[in-house]
Design a protein around this ligand. Structure first.
Ligand code: SF4
Length: 348
């Protein structure tokens, strides 16, 4: 898994502790590191030139030793429902997508943790486009900053659910979540920060030990092993039975209710047998199920289910006493499914 190193992408590869220790190594006091961190994340600076409380010589030195890149918006689509989707170019030219979903009271950011994705989920445009590299923690945070600056308001919720598998880029994803949460960062409540994984079990166990009240979502998409192996080949080595046990242990250790994401796909995972398996998998466990109809992706053989099937799943789960929400499919008039905008840009 290619890491984002400071040699490749500059200061956005470094955690806040790493910035502080690198400053200390060249004799710079800790308060200078704190000032830079506040400029990067609290104020969303685009360059060292903006950091006017740092001496000019230090700004020049930092530009040389730890370049600062802020993402460039290559393309932006605005949906009738207010959703905005961005294609961003990072410092080394890698492209990532981010989505902003505003409501009257909230501004949610869906951010990517990798450029491309190695997981190969068959229904996902990103999964079909291949993998470039993992993002640095600062590059994950910057996506929410781009959104906050574009809307002119603060981001209230973040989901690490864009391109990439966050738990294959664990350290950078956790550090980004901490920066989102920090008052020297975006100051977002931990419960409003969600990480979504396909089910990388060792990292779910690790995540259960993190002290913050972050939220966990798991992309389930089928509780039938054969179906899941087919549509999500990247997690074949983590069978459903073990996923079930890991989530139960997570819920017990943290007291928090994880969410299962289930994107309904016509003829793939929306039959009565699939519903029965989903009910058996989720009932009597501390969890919540989010049902959503798959976003249509041009050229894909995977299509959204009908409203009838969506309703049947909702009723079936409710009858079994499973907490369920139907998640609205936002931005359906733009290329809202993950990976579509990038696919389109690379065709041009
Ligand atoms: S659904 Fe998520 S994990 Fe799966 S290929 Fe797409 S981006 Fe990767």
């Amino acid at each position: 898994m290619q890491r984002a190193t400071a040699d490749l992408i500059g200061i956005k590869a470094l955690s806040r502790d790493e910035i502080t220790s690198q400053f200390a190594e060249v004799g710079l006091p800790a308060f200078r590191a704190k000032q830079v961190i506040q400029w990067l994340y609290q104020k969303g600076a685009h360059s060292y030139d903006e950091m006017t409380n740092l001496p000019l010589a230090l700004r020049e030195q930092l530009s040389e030793s730890l370049p600062l890149h802020f993402p460039e918006i290559v393309r932006k689509q605005v949906s009738q429902d207010g959703t905005r989707k961005y294609l961003l170019r990072l410092g080394d030219g890698a492209l990532v997508e981010s989505v902003a979903m505003p409501t009257k009271t909230r501004l949610s950011a869906c951010v990517s943790t990798q450029a491309g994705c190695p997981m190969r989920c068959q229904f996902c445009a990103t999964g079909r486009n291949g993998y470039t590299r993992s993002l640095g923690c600062g590059e994950i945070v910057d996506q929410a900053t781009v959104i906050a600056q574009d809307f002119g308001q603060r981001v209230t919720n973040v989901v690490l659910m864009g391109q990439g598998e966050p738990f294959l880029n664990y350290d950078a994803s956790i550090e980004a979540m901490r920066i989102f949460n920090s008052k020297d960062g975006l100051g977002i409540g931990a419960r409003h920060i969600t990480v979504s994984t396909c089910g990388i079990l060792p990292q779910i166990r690790r995540f259960a030990q993190e002290p913050e009240q972050f939220t966990l979502a798991v992309s389930l998409h089928s509780a039938v092993q054969e179906t899941r192996d087919r549509i999500m080949p990247g997690v074949r080595s983590y069978p459903l039975e073990r996923l079930h046990d890991s989530i139960a242990s997570y819920a017990e250790a943290t007291g928090r209710r994880p969410t299962y994401e289930y994107a309904l796909m016509a003829g793939i995972n929306d039959s009565d047998a699939e519903l029965k398996a989903l009910v058996a998998f989720t009932r009597r466990t501390l969890c919540h199920v989010n049902l959503i109809q798959l976003n249509e992706v041009k050229g894909s053989s995977y299509h959204p289910s009908t409203d009838e099937r969506l309703n049947a799943f909702k009723i079936g789960l409710e009858r079994a006493g499973v907490e369920v929400t139907v998640r609205e499919s936002r931005g359906s008039d733009i290329d809202a499914a993950c990976g579509q905008l990038k696919q389109k840009a690379s065709r041009k």
